[in-house]
Design a protein around this ligand. Structure first.
Ligand code: PLP
Length: 384
């Protein structure tokens, strides 16, 4: 696979072909944005073929794709995606948050389902070009951003189940408002034991389209019982894995008085979230003393270890559960106030502002780096 990819043309930003949209739309009013419904004037598209490699990249007007009904993606879910955001700071500067991580993860996802790999730096450059072209679509209001959705599909027009001979990479962009327009609000979770999102040896740790459709009915059933999201529990010990489509973290008070931030380790059933990684890196820097995050306790540890519902329930009952939150690009942090588990509700503490003592600091530190308030190498400038 990789041997083939190196011998054939890779994605080449210098060969970009740009077709300007002659019928551009005015971007909608920021206050009226509905998540993922409206797309900018242009998209990026790059074709791949097993014999000729990556073709010249195109930026062209946003519009429908033309696919053969026999396209492999339509039958066997040969599709992977990424999600990242462009932010505009107070001076109008546009930045991306850790886009190199998205490029790496996208290549990892591609390899898992035999889609072609590519030069991540090259794709990042082209995404930055696309954002520059549609820069007036990056909302200015605080909490708003431009959501970027790179997607790669196999579109070989034959019905055999095999690595595709043809693929199509495209990137579309959608302006989005704040996840919590009316202030931070904790969510309730349904501890899900009757469905699994991911299993050892499966594909849960890759951002594949195939992982998402099976979660829709469990989500509907949880909503019917009054819960906002599924808390995906795994195995006989009902280990916490993920919250809906976010990673999960829990904070405990230990016997020695220290505070522990814990999250399940990156194994087969956990998606390696970039927000998760950012939370851990900041928290570890504080724990080691290399960075002091105002508001976090001094006596603080960070662990990647299995967390069972039994432990969470006991901690909720004996007062050592400090908080539980989800982490992901869409909302950055989502706090939890209760978990429906085997017929009863486990109560999770939250502060009056909807945040907990650790999530409040983490949210401030991550969003500060995203919008350029806190200088950071994680923030990559697209346009000054
Ligand atoms: C995308 C995703 C996440 C979060 O990843 P980020 O890189 O932080 O946005 C977590 N879990 C699942 C299942 C996901 O698809």
């Amino acid at each position: 696979m990789t041997g083939l990819a190196t011998a054939l043309p890779d994605i080449e930003p210098a060969r970009l072909v740009f077709t300007r949209n002659s019928n551009p739309k005015p971007p909608p009013e920021s206050s009226k944005l509905v998540w993922g419904r409206i797309f900018t004037d242009h998209m990026l598209m790059i074709k791949w073929n097993a014999l000729s490699g990556w073709a010249d990249p195109h930026i062209l007007p946003y519009g429908p794709l033309s696919l053969e009904p026999s396209s492999s993606v339509l039958h066997y879910a040969q599709t992977i995606f990424e999600g990242l955001k462009a932010y505009r700071d107070e001076d109008g500067k546009i930045t991306l948050f850790r886009p190199d991580m998205n490029m790496k993860r996208m290549n990892r996802s591609a390899a898992r389902i035999a889609l072609p790999g590519f030069d991540g730096d090259a794709l990042q450059k082209l995404i930055m070009k696309l954002i520059e072209i549609d820069a007036h679509w990056v909302p200015q209001l605080p909490g708003h951003s431009l959501y970027i959705r790179p997607t790669l599909i196999g579109n070989q027009p034959t019905l055999g189940v095999a690595p595709p001979t043809d693929a199509l990479l495209f990137v579309i962009c959608s302006p989005v408002g704040p996840y919590y327009p009316n202030g931070f609000k904790p969510v309730s979770l349904y501890g899900t034991t009757e469905f699994v999102r991911a299993a050892p040896g499966g594909t849960g740790s890759y951002k594949l389209g195939v992982n998402y459709a099976p979660g829709i009915i469990p989500q509907k059933l949880a909503a019917k019982q009054g819960y906002a999201q599924n808390l995906w529990l795994w195995g006989p010990d009902h280990l916490l894995t993920e919250v809906g489509t976010m990673n999960v973290l829990a904070v405990f008070k230990k016997d020695d008085g220290s505070i522990e931030l814990a999250t399940p380790p990156l194994e087969d059933v956990i998606l390696p979230g970039i927000t998760r990684d950012s939370v851990l890196e900041l928290a570890r820097a504080h724990a080691s003393g290399s960075l002091s995050l105002d508001g976090l306790p001094k006596n603080f540890t960070v662990t990647e270890r299995p967390i069972s519902m039994k432990e969470v329930k006991a901690a909720s009952e004996n007062g050592t559960l400090v908080e539980i939150f989800g982490a992901g690009t869409a909302a950055v942090i989502t706090t939890v106030d209760r978990i429906g588990y085997l017929g009863e509700d486990v109560i999770v503490p939250v502060g009056e502002d909807g945040l907990g003592p650790v999530s409040r600091v983490i949210l401030r530190e991550i969003t500060g780096r995203q919008i350029g308030k806190i200088p950071s190498s994680w923030s990559v400038v697209v346009k000054e």
